[in-house]
Design a protein around this ligand. Sequence first.
Ligand code: AMP
Length: 539
Amino acid sequence: MFGGMQDFELRVPRLIDHAEREHGGRELVTAWADGTIGRTNWAGIARDARKLAQALEKMGVKKGDRVATLAMNHHHHVVAFYGAIGMGGVIHTINPRLFDEQLVYIANHAEDQVLFYDKAFQPIVDRLKPHWTTIRHYVCFDDGAFEALLDGEDGDYRWVEGPEREPCMLCYTSGTTGNPKGVLYEHRSSIIHAMALIAPSCFDLAPTTVALPIVPMFHAAAWAMPFAGAMAGVKLIYAQVNDPVLLCRLMNDEKVTHSAGVPTVWLSMFQHMDATGIAPKYLKTITIGGSAAPRAMIERLMKMGIRVGHAWGMTETSPIGTIGAPPARWDEMSFEEKVDLVCKQGRVPFGVELRVVDDEGRPQPRDGASSGQLQVRGPWVIRQYFKDERGDCIDDDCWFDTGDVAVLHPCGTLQITDRAKDVIKSGGEWISSVELENAAVGCPGVAEAAAIGVRHPKWDERPLLLVVRKEGASLGEAVVRAHLANHVAKWWLPDEILFVDSLPHTATGKLLKTALREQYRDHVLASVAAEAQAAGAQV
Ligand code: AMP
């Protein structure tokens, strides 16, 4: 047959070439930790990335080698992404909030060759240098060393070519048990994921967008913002420190229209807004993901006229799996209905497929009621963990078990009800710890809450709710209980509510349920103790 189409390998450097050519003047702005503001643009990023690629080659970095970063958000970090990938390397973003043993394990497992790091993490570097066995070069991003490295090069460089299925980025999951696992992204998967991400029904990115991603560049592939931003010609604003005062000022000074982050960042933003009366004025769209966004948060943002895209995903899914966008009947829906919908985790973009299966692996109907294990597949979903001798982590039909428990609604909307290991199993029925927590944080005076199952002689497990009060709040158990009674089924109500000063978190800001379960493993519910005592008294 005559006819046909052209082809080119879908490689990440094409993104920066595109951004340089088509959106070269569009700015990237960084608020550095020392209080200064740095500015460059996509043409500047492209130029510096070529220089960095040259410098990395001089350091002896070869195609496929891992180049690590231990850094917050700034435009030098973006240069490192494109420089390392452009010379055929694999950018490996390390999460500085991990424990020392994990940081040692990850860098050695990845066989990192070079480490770019923020001055703030110098103590980590000094402490762990003797234990990192493969890193040969250390370059600080923000003490002049990075610029000096670039100044030594002329930027006359052609990106390394190769097949689109080659790796370009490595990201380890925070893993609450066992060793962290590496997810290796490919050029092709990164590009098609970014293409899906910029769509109006997803992150809604365009040349008119001014985005301030609060999600750290080391979490879940930076939610693809360095790639999607270049693709759409977005103006990117970065803050090296996550301080709500600074973030809010930047949002107003730079007229930020889009932002993205985990729920906790919006909680601290609210506290700042309440204390000062200052709010971000230009925000139109916020993407929240990483853990379930509480209803009260969604409601408040929507009342500010902001479109909230509630996203679900994981490091293993690049990370976008689903995201909420207004459905066709949006304008006919009441505010309450809209909030109800946004509280759920949205729908898949083209490329992702979801299903929910029961304990025997049987697919469940999309009826908004059948709950089960969530499975996912698609061209930007993991096939095998990095250097994992056990082989593929998917079944014969490519389904990957997410470890999440979910319900699918008839319209395709996903509702995450829990992590499989976090559900509380009471008398054979499941209680969603996430829903209990979300209901609890909706109670005025509650800053944070965690629900875990503790042993119960009759019901197997019953919920224990741990609550952190907001500063200055003095609420007691009765108030929280009364609030919960309006939001969850009676049999879901916690058997006990304990007030604590703080809760443990993982390195990516999620509640560390494993630590809580361990801490309260032998906890005897007051009601159980009282019953045992009464029984003893009767004997
Ligand atoms: P990570 O790979 O560290 O980003 O963790 C992925 C996990 O975070 C998922 O498997 C979910 O358990 C959880 N998660 C991410 N987004 C959401 C969301 N919108 N609602 C509830 N859980 C979420």
